[in-house]
Design a protein. Structure first.
Length: 104
């Protein structure tokens, strides 16, 4: 299953482009189940980076294979709304009023 959306430009130098969601575990296609949780990695084709959330709250792009900070947990909270949380750091993906991403 792949989904595409626009990526935000971040201070780490990642450029805008398509982001691909890779499923790490099988997911039931019925997205109406609230609380459904999936492990994912978000990939930017332009820069070849996976989005990662570091322990200090920094969000940037990583290129290391098997980087534990790139594994994210996607949880549906309502129709069309998800929460993204770093599996290793326990930090949630957030965006400030200027559109920059950070881990909260």
């Amino acid at each position: 299953v792949q989904e595409h959306c626009l990526a935000s430009t971040t201070p780490s130098g990642m450029s805008e482009g398509e982001v691909t969601v890779f499923q790490l575990v099988p997911v039931t296609p019925d997205l109406s189940k609230l609380g459904q949780r999936s492990l994912i990695k978000l990939y930017c084709r332009n820069g070849g980076h996976h989005l990662r959330i570091l322990p200090d709250g920094t969000v940037n792009g990583g290129t290391r294979e098997n980087d534990p900070y790139e594994t994210l947990r996607l949880t549906s909270v309502s129709a069309g709304m998800v929460v993204i949380k770093g599996e290793t750091t326990g930090r949630y993906l957030a965006m400030n009023k200027n559109g920059l991403l950070y881990g909260s």
